[in-house]
Design a protein around this ligand. Structure first.
Ligand code: PLP
Length: 582
């Protein structure tokens, strides 16, 4: 990872709170009453917790930004003792599990909590913590905890993991002697943290309905999923086994029991009942996410678009430029006149940074393997396209290979390489749509003499690769099917690192209207494919002319900088969460 020591020391976070007109926050959030962020997934390999994708990257970045802004903040998350990696043999992806221990990453054990399971012995969770500035990780684990998202999303083991995170995690907070000032529930798998809080209030004598009113006011449900039906749901019997034995208040058990419909309860329905504040992660997503509460009312999501931790994702030399020219301030917030300053940057000064970026990409690629098991090096004079996204159908990683002659011509005419990466879902094989598409794409590439040399699928996608690819590429391809991307943050990594974005207008990209990108559009798939090739050619042309190139990257950066800024995201959350109490 780059840029970790690029931080300026911030003497007093009061200045940040003042800057966002919430000076009184200093009294609302404290070490004893921290901002608690609950998440099944964190993507922070340096701290030993490596998630699966965007949700985890967001969680990791949110904590990092909180640390930089000296916000008292706790990330409540499981520590998975097995981490999933992917390698490729004969073009077939294979999962490998790598063992991890909290003690290898500076975590300290602070105790144990028991999770009761009906008709089974208790499960004993070990609680570990790690302090990082004003923030800390508080994690729970045990040898049979399993991998992130292992098993069926509505299966027993998943419910066990959710209960361990929520009910176990809340007990861990008590162990530390803290009470959440607010709890942000990063997706519905975290809802049992709130159930635990309710239980505590009821056991202490509060009426169940008063307790619900209280927790609703202190919870934020952050939704990343477009389709409610994709959410986990469990049967009453599963609750009797894993949840109810851990709830002391009969009134609370009775209340939850009353939320079941046809013997099942969807986790989004439970979360919606228990959180007044709800948000989606881009403007488009908040608008289109069609969720209903148990009475059938459509849920209103506030839009708070994801941002990224610029210290983590922007090449240090580029971030230094942004800071020294006052494009961003010491909080990594866009300055007042950032647009003018960006426009005044010379092509030369930013082009040299991209050269440096290419060297960083090659340094990363030296330690990585392509689809044939070889390390790749990109010649200095070549143009680089990147595609780096999880391999799921809606992100359409195969789209640039729909017309092999066309992609070949584009790469040939522009002396270009195409570097792609992205994990496949685990445990899939022939018959799975994404798997078959990947096989088909890689096979076409392998049997073409030119493409075999120019298209590199780098295996075991992770954040180091994501970072190096956004820093070292010239043009990034991002083509989710419109309406399917909740936000996406990899496009932000590209723009922040002066990489031209060729993209459909979806997720966070669509926050701006019109979107200042090389937009891929079309009413049907074939039109979109043609539009994508056209934009790839136009972008490649720009890269041959420094002035045109600079104009485009500056246009994209000045448009998206406020969206990209993770501090802006934190500001939005703080304003949203504390608005009623000012
Ligand atoms: C940034 C990042 C993501 C998020 O990707 P999107 O496709 O934008 O959702 C996922 N995985 C890794 C490793 C990343 O670095």
């Amino acid at each position: 990872m780059s840029g970790q020591n690029n931080l300026e020391s911030i003497e007093d976070v009061a200045e940040f709170y003042a800057a966002i007109d919430r000076a009184s926050l200093r009294h609302k959030i404290s070490a004893e009453r921290p901002y608690v962020y609950v998440t099944m997934e964190v993507y922070d390999a340096k701290n030993g917790i490596r998630g699966a994708g965007g949700l985890g990257v967001l969680a990791a970045d949110t904590r990092r930004v909180a640390e930089q802004l000296e916000i008292p903040f706790i990330t409540l998350t499981p520590f998975y003792q097995e981490e999933r990696h992917q390698e490729m043999n004969n073009l077939v992806p294979h999962d490998i599990a790598v063992a991890k221990k909290p003690s290898d990453f500076g975590f300290h054990e602070i105790g144990e909590v028991n999770i009761k399971i009906a008709n089974s012995p208790d499960s004993i969770l070990n609680i570990y913590e790690k302090q990082l500035g004003s923030t800390r990780f508080l994690t729970m684990t045990e040898p049979n905890f399993g991998q992130l998202y292992s098993g069926d999303s509505s299966g027993d083991h998943r419910l066990y993991q959710m209960v361990s995170l929520g009910l176990g995690g809340y007990k861990a907070l008590k162990m530390l002697g803290v009470k959440p000032s607010v709890m942000q529930l990063n997706e519905t798998a975290t809802v049992f943290a709130t159930v635990a809080r309710l239980d505590e209030l009821c056991v202490n004598g509060m009426d169940i309905y008063e307790a619900i009113v209280y927790v609703r006011k202190h919870n934020l449900y952050t939704n990343h999923t477009l389709v409610q039906a994709a959410d986990s749901e469990f049967s009453f019997e599963q609750f009797e086994k894993f949840v109810f034995p851990n709830i002391k208040s009969p009134a609370l058990r009775h209340y939850i029991g009353g939320l079941f419909r046809d013997d099942r309860l969807r986790m989004s329905n439970l979360t919606i009942e228990l959180a007044e504040a709800k948000n989606g992660v881009s403007k488009l997503h908040a608008r289109v996410a069609n969720y209903r509460d148990l009475s059938g009312e459509r849920v209103n999501f506030k839009a708070i678009t994801n941002g990224i931790d610029m210290n983590t994702w922007v090449m240090p030399e580029i971030l230094n430029l942004y800071k020294s020219k006052n494009i961003v301030d010491k909080f990594n917030m866009p300055s007042e006149n950032y647009v003018d300053i960006i426009n005044s940057l010379s092509a030369n000064e930013i082009k040299s940074l991209k050269k440096l970026g290419r060297a960083r990409l090659n340094a990363e690629l030296k330690n990585r393997k392509d689809q044939y098991g070889n390390a790749v090096q990109i010649p200095d004079d070549a143009l680089v396209f990147n595609f780096k996204r999880r391999f799921v159908a809606y992100k359409r990683p195969w789209m640039p290979f729909e017309d092999i002659d066309e992609i070949k011509a584009i790469l040939q005419e522009n002396n270009a390489h195409y570097v792609m990466a992205g994990m496949m879902a685990g445990n899939v094989g022939a018959g799975d749509q994404t798997y078959d598409h990947l096989q088909d794409m890689l096979t076409k590439i392998k049997y073409d003499d030119f493409l075999r040399e120019r298209v590199h699928y780098i295996t075991d996608y992770d954040e180091n690769l994501a970072s190096a690819m956004s820093i070292g590429a010239d043009i990034s391809i991002n083509v989710p099917e419109v309406g399917w991307e909740a936000c996406g943050t990899s496009f932000m990594k590209d723009i922040a690192n002066l990489t031209i974005l060729v993209s459909t207008n979806d997720g966070g990209v669509a926050d701006l209207e019109p979107a200042p990108i090389m937009e891929v559009r079309g009413r049907v798939y074939d039109e979109e494919i043609a539009s994508m090739y056209e934009q790839m050619r136009l972008a490649a042309d720009m890269c041959r002319d420094d002035e045109k190139w600079a104009k485009e990257v500056k246009r994209e950066l000045s448009g998206y900088l406020p969206i990209i800024s993770g501090s802006r995201m934190m500001q939005d959350y703080l304003r949203f969460l504390f608005k009623t109490e000012e």
